[in-house]
Design a protein around this ligand. Sequence first.
Ligand SMILES: Cc1cc2nc3c(=O)[nH]c(=O)nc-3n(C[C@H](O)[C@H](O)[C@H](O)COP(=O)(O)O)c2cc1C
Length: 381
Amino acid sequence: MSSLFDPITLRGVTLRNRIGVSPMCQYSSVDGEVNDWHLVHLGSRAAGGAGLVLTEGTAVLPEGRITPSDLGLWRDGHVEGHARIVRFLKSQGAAAGIQLAHAGRKAARLPPWELDPREQQGRPLTEEEGAWPLDGASPLAFDDGYAAPREMTGEEIRRTVEAFAAAARRADAAGYDWLEVHAAHGYLLHSFNSPLSNRRGDEYGGTLENRCRITREVAQAVRSVWPAGKVLSFRLSHTDWTDGGWSTGDTVQLARWLKEDGVDLIDVSSGGNVPRPTIPFGPGYQVPGAEAVRSGAGIPVAAVGMILEPSQAEGIIREGQADLVYLGREMLRDPYWPLRAAVALDRTGEARVPVQYNTAWMRLGTFALEPLSVPRISSKR
Ligand SMILES: Cc1cc2nc3c(=O)[nH]c(=O)nc-3n(C[C@H](O)[C@H](O)[C@H](O)COP(=O)(O)O)c2cc1C
């Protein structure tokens, strides 16, 4: 029986605990470049004690960006910025992970807050704002206010698969140890997998096997360039929450195939491919999906979605419902959630505090100290 603060090793990567920072778009980049915001945002969560810190969805091609402000890794010039993030995350004892993404028919939008700081959805870019044509499985718009994508040709699919592999090579050069491919939330790969958005008549449409072909090709292409000692994971939406759509059973089958293709872990999310489905939101609402994939495909999983309380997270790991928990919004509310969880669960001995912050935490427990972040005084004078 494992616990939230037990380390876990997959391939050659050991996480100090089972807590991951879920990928979260910051829409703060110019031309795909990393800047100080990304370093401070991700770095704070590593200092806060997470075992794994994942970047936001990082575009493998410029046309695969949700907005012009998404992070990217489509050219070699992007690598150094990512390397800076990786160095800092590792200095804090966290594993450094990147999520690679292509937004497909949900690309080319304005960042949500450009219209109104309270806005959630954004809107399509206009021509003057630099809109670009959308790529998709079939010419079906996601919703009102979204353009219909062009049906990608076989050649365009091949180039996109190669772009995932090229970005994976760059992620390796930047020093990331953990790579997650975004195949959820209605973005490009999910839109091929789901029968609701894929009406193709070629070898990429029709049967489940055909619809999942591009996702498997990405897995195989990435695995072939991604070192054997590093972790490859996929984020899948386990259901479209819509009759006749992508289902948990389909996810289990795809997870089995991905396992054959060398994928090590499935990050189990849901939804995003259908506007306004009825979703049973509530604490841990996607955990049953994670559990189904874990037991059905025999592959490690991460659970995500309204994991809020330390005892809830501990229960998910203890009960064997998932191998990791990823936290999104809770980490935006409190980057020190993992340290607070260690206090709440009486596991401070297994959690590390940056040595610079120990005066604030020592009265709450006996933490291990993280000295890696401190420049050492040279003894040679
Ligand atoms: C601001 C924000 C940005 C997000 N961006 C991404 C993303 O880039 N990739 C992704 O797979 N999910 C993204 N998500 C979804 C989160 O990773 C997570 O799955 C979701 O918020 C549910 O977890 P939570 O209830 O802990 O927030 C985002 C969520 C938020 C709140």
